[in-house]
Structures are given as C-alpha cells and as structure tokens.
Design a protein around this ligand. Structure first.
Ligand code: SF4
Length: 497
C-alpha cells in the first residue's frame, strides 16, 4: 500500500457533486411529500466517530435530516469496527433486520463502511448474500462518499469502493456534522505502524499518515472561533505524530501550539502509545492548564515476556517509568489504561506481574479485555491459547483489583469543588446533570434550589425544564459522594452563566 495525498482541490471536486445530490434529494422529497432522513450506526473507536461526523455532514448538506435510532430512515449507513469479538456475526445479523425495512421502502439506500470492509471476505459475503446493500466502502474512502452516493443515485448500480491506497486527506473542507455541540473531534493522523500481534488496525487503516500541522492548527482556530469548548486530537498513536512528515514537528510541539489557541477550555488527545510518549508531552501538559489532566496509556500487560509477544516495544520498567513520571509531574491528573487478560502463553506468573504494575500505577480506571482471536493477526495462530475458564477466572481477579482502585480514586476527590464541562442530562434522572472534570472524571450532580442561570432561577419542577440546555456549559460543582464508576455532586454555580 502507498500513501496518496488528497489535496483540498481534489476534495472540492468531490464536494461539487453535492449540488447534484441536493437537487436529486429535493426532487425525491417532493415526490414523497416529506423530508428524507438518514441514520448512521457507528461501532468502535473515536476515529470511527470522527468519520461518521463527516458522513453525517454530507447527508445534512444534501438536505437530509437525522432519523430517530429505531425508525427506518431513507439512507442508512453502518460504520463498522473489527476490534470487538464476533463483529461479523453482529453485522450480518443486523443486516437481516434492515432487509425488512428495505422491502417496505425499496428506495431506501443501505451502505456499509468502516474497518470491516477492509476484510475481503466480508465484502464478498455482502456482494453475494446481501444484494439489498447498495454500497460498501473502506475507512480510507470517506472523502469519496459524495461520488459513491452519486453513482448509486444516478446510475442505480451497486458501488464497491475499497481503496488499496492509504489516503491522507486534508479534510478542512469536508462538511462535518458534529455530534456534540461542545466537542470537536479532530484527527491529526491516520493509520498505525505498530503491528501489535493481536490487532487488525494496521491492516484496516493502513500506515501512519500525519496531517500537515498548519492545516490542523487552522482547523483548530476555526473551531475555537465557532465556540467549541473541547477539542479532541485523534490518532491511533498520537505520540508518533509528525514522524512520517518532512516538516520537523513532534506531537508535544503540536500540542503546545494547540494549547496556545485562545478559546478551548479543554484539549484532549487519544491514543498514546507507551513506547512513543516523550517527557516533552508530559511537560507540555504541566505547562498548559487547558490540556486535560488525564493520560490514557494502554499497558496491555505487565509481563515483559507477554509484552514482547504482543510486539509492544516496551517493557514493564519503561512503562512504569513513564507512568510514575506522569504521576509525579501531574499529581492531580488521572491515569487510565487498557489491559488484555489471557493473551496466548500468559502464565499465572505473567498475570501476577500485570497485577503488580496495576498496584504500583494505581490506575484511576481501566478498559479491561479478555483476549480473543482476531482473524488475520499473528496472535490468532500462536500456540498456548489460554482456556476460557482460566481467562475468566483471571479477569475476575483483575476486575476486583481495578474496581477497588477506581472506587478509591473517586473517593479521593470528595469534598473538593471542581470545574465541570456539562454534557447534558444524566441517564438516570431528568433533573440530574452529567459532565466531566478537567481530569475526565464522570460526575452526576443535582441543582440545588435558588441557583441562577443567565439571570433566572432554575426551577427543575417546571415542566419545560430541560437539562440538555446546559450541554457545553462550564460549572463549579462540589463533589459530595463516590460511586464505583462515577462521582456525585451538587452544583455551586455556573461559570459565565
Ligand atoms: S498501536 Fe497496536 S493496538 Fe494500537 S492500533 Fe496500532 S497495532 Fe493496534
């Protein structure tokens, strides 16, 4: 595979198709006597979320409106992920249900995109067994979406567009419909060069391609001027940002330039690879309070032998050095991780090493996974696959330890008052707000009587009260109680409200 740079001019050429699509959609809407709708179902990581925001941008631009999750839309897109176990079983099962929708509305457009489309067997299966699917395209082909739609609507043929190339798209001029009004997802690089032996991402998303820093910073300035409070810099391995470019720039330098842009109250980044994170990144975090007080550092295992077999290119000592340096430099920040239990060949002693590192790092939370084979990866054919009962038993012990540490971490902030970026109403009650601290801790909090917002006292018993009106607002919240995976609090005041 080779990297192909797609210039802004080229994107604008694809975007010129949007005018044709707008006319076509408007004619169809007139025929049906209603506005046409779309829905995108997104699986997997934040990069897929960012891709879906671009695809939604195209749909909105051509005059469609978003359908409710469970109603049949006129245009349905499934943005797939290969990370989770049995992703193919789930996808093909869901497609069966969507067939019923298509029978009821034969004009319905159904497309499948994302990482699963880089696995030829999945594309072949759709071609042969799911003739009602109108289009398939890969994660590198997002910018081609207007032309894929045009081909389908104009020529009424099925479209399969799975590029072999690793496109590097300067995507400042692709329309984007952001899911959250306060958060902008900004990919700074695509792909991964690491080939961890359990992971399919380098095969589905290609080699590392960093975007030009000038284009990223221009985009960030525009987002800040549009009022976004939070920006999330995305890449599979952000710490190797710039290594593939001629311009000399590191991730720490890009982060510093981003932090100097006026307007964002929070700058986040995801994901860091322990082998590539530099001390400069930690110092930059220390220097700029608008960079989130949180580092996600995926450890995967604490055993040198397993880390080597995973092809992670660091050992326990190196991981601990980085983690403890971060703890020392930013004592008020949170440190989170990913851990895989039951990787092929993992012994009880290896597992004990993992538990030891967890105890030393005291992770504030962790995404924990039971190892499962991913077809096409090296680890899938390794000897000594661990029997499921052993994996389950170790996983139980791991959860017990980590859950206690997470709870302890949540207890440690009780009594403090923190700045919260409100995300909306909580999942449990209409009058409880939810948001995150600067260290990415989840907080659910109540609004005591007498609190004012924009000069008016808030009345949560008023039938017109809508907690979601506070999405994107900053507030000071007193943290009053710890839950195993979140913190409870009470609103003290709104900032600028
Ligand atoms: S760093 Fe490893 S786990 Fe992460 S995307 Fe790359 S290959 Fe996969």
């Amino acid at each position: 595979m080779s990297t192909v740079i797609v210039s802004q001019d080229e994107i604008l050429r694809y975007n010129s198709i949007l005018a044709y699509l707008k006319n076509e959609i408007s004619a169809r809407a007139e025929e049906k006597g209603r506005t046409l709708t779309y829905f995108i179902r997104t699986y997997g990581c934040q990069l897929n979320e960012a891709d879906s925001e671009k695809l939604a941008g195209v749909f909105q631009d051509i005059g469609l409106i978003e359908a409710e999750e469970n109603e049949a839309p006129d245009f349905l897109l499934l943005n797939t992920c290969t990370i989770r176990e049995n992703a193919d079983v789930r996808l093909f099962g869901n497609l069966g249900m969507y067939k019923t929708w298509k029978i009821q509305n034969p004009d319905m457009f159904i497309a499948v995109c994302g990482c699963m489309m880089k696995q030829q067997e999945n594309v072949d299966k759709i071609k042969k067994s799911f003739p009602f699917v109108d289009a398939c395209f890969g994660p590198a082909d997002i910018h081609l979406f207007p032309s894929i739609l045009e081909k389908k609507l104009n020529q009424r043929k099925r479209v399969f567009s799975i590029s072999e190339e690793d496109y590097l798209v300067e995507d400042n001029c692709i329309p984007v419909k952001r899911k959250r009004k306060f958060r902008a997802l900004v990919p700074i690089m695509y792909g991964c060069n690491n080939f961890c032996t359990y992971c399919v991402v380098p095969y589905t998303r290609g080699r590392e391609r960093s975007r030009e820093s000038g284009m990223i910073l221009k985009q960030l300035e525009e987002l800040a001027s549009q009022g976004y409070q939070e920006v999330m810099l995305l890449g599979q391995n952000v710490n190797s940002y710039g290594k593939d470019r001629e311009e000399e720039i590191s991730f720490a330098e890009l982060l510093e330039k981003a932090a100097r842009i006026k307007g964002f109250s929070r700058i986040r980044f995801m994901t860091s690879h322990p082998k590539d994170i530099s001390d400069e990144v930690i110092y930059t975090m220390q220097k700029y309070p608008n960079i989130e007080r949180h580092l996600h550092l995926p450890m995967q295992s604490g055993s040198d032998r397993i880390l080597k077999n995973m092809n992670r290119h660091y050992d326990q000592a190196q991981f601990l050095k980085t983690a403890l340096k971060f703890r020392e430099c930013l004592p008020d920040a949170t440190l989170t991780t990913d851990i895989i239990v039951g990787f092929p060949g993992e012994t009880e002693e290896d597992f004990q090493q993992t538990l030891e590192v967890i105890k030393k790092c005291k992770f504030d939370s962790a995404f924990t996974f039971q190892y499962s084979k991913r077809p096409g990866t090296k680890a899938a054919s390794m000897p000594d696959q661990i029997p499921q009962d052993i994996v389950t038993e170790r996983f139980g012990r791991l959860l017990e330890l980590q859950n206690e540490l997470t709870f302890e971490s949540n207890r440690s902030v009780i009594g403090t008052t923190e700045e919260i970026l409100i995300e909306g109403r909580s999942a449990t009650a209409y009058n409880i707000l939810t948001g995150r601290t600067r260290s990415n801790r989840l907080v659910n909090f109540s609004i005591p009587e007498g609190i004012k917002y924009q000069g008016k006292v808030i009345d949560t018993s008023d039938p017109s009260f809508d907690a979601n009106q506070f999405e994107g607002v900053l507030a000071m919240v007193k943290l009053t109680g710890a839950r195993p995976f979140s913190v409870e609090g009470e609103l003290e005041s709104f900032i600028d409200g």
